[in-house]
Write a new protein. Structure first.
Length: 132
């Protein structure tokens, strides 16, 4: 639903119905992507221009994370962007929506593992809100 935060942290296990491969386990402050891509689905969105607010905790690489909406590039985030802000507002034109449905696809350049952690991490997301 509009204006309802989709929370990517422990205590919100219902998120697993909205995400698929490409996401690691929920942690206290967010969820890392695991691999070179990750998807999130939204439905029942109104056919109007919207905005996506994505709160990011961290990224592991210097490469870009490209965010696509139903196949169209919406936004790119890189590590240096996080020095200025942790919340990214991404325009979502109504032309991108498909009968109120949206697949956000995160394309991660060069995901990497941390010491003693075999996951191929790219970006750690805390929450996403879609709003007018």
């Amino acid at each position: 639903a509009l204006n309802t935060p989709l929370k990517f942290y422990k205590g919100n296990e219902s998120i697993y119905t909205r995400i698929s491969t490409g996401w690691s386990n929920l942690e206290e402050d967010g969820c890392w992507t695991d691999g070179d891509s990750a998807q999130i689905w939204f439905s029942d969105l109104p056919n109007i221009d919207l905005s996506i607010s994505m709160q990011v905790i961290d990224t592991t690489n210097q490469g870009e994370i490209n965010i696509y909406g139903n196949g169209s590039l919406l936004f790119s985030i890189c590590k240096n962007d996080l020095y200025a802000t942790k919340v990214f507002d991404i325009a979502l034109p109504k032309e991108i929506l498909s009968d109120g449905n949206l697949e956000l696809y995160l394309d991660i350049t060069d995901p990497s593992s941390a010491l003693n952690d075999s996951r191929k991490m790219g970006i750690k997301v805390k929450e996403i809100v879609i709003h007018e």
